[in-house]
Design a protein. Structure first.
Length: 91
């Protein structure tokens, strides 16, 4: 187990509800009303902060799209954004 890993337990209630332990909520950065996602891979389940997970997926998709149009660095992306902004200002 990794040095920053820990194990915590929770009891499944009659309706399938589980209280996420405080230490786990803190690691996920979730509070009351936040959403979490369950990612199931074979016999393993990961619990992640839904907002963070959505941003990670969006970033991965944007990286793929950037590569398809030949943008291979952050500097190239920023140059394209500046160019597009200049075109908008001229219109």
């Amino acid at each position: 187990m990794a040095a920053n890993a820990f194990v915590d337990n929770a009891k499944v209630m009659a309706k399938g509800q589980v209280t996420i332990p405080k230490d786990v909520r803190e690691v996920l950065g979730v509070t009351s009303g936040d959403r979490i996602s369950f990612i199931v891979e074979k016999n393993t389940v990961r619990i992640v902060n839904s907002a963070v997970y959505a941003m990670q997926i969006l970033q991965q998709e944007m990286e793929k799209d950037a590569e398809l149009v030949g943008l291979n660095s952050e500097d190239e992306v920023m140059a394209m954004v500046k160019e597009l902004r200049n075109e908008d200002e001229k219109a």
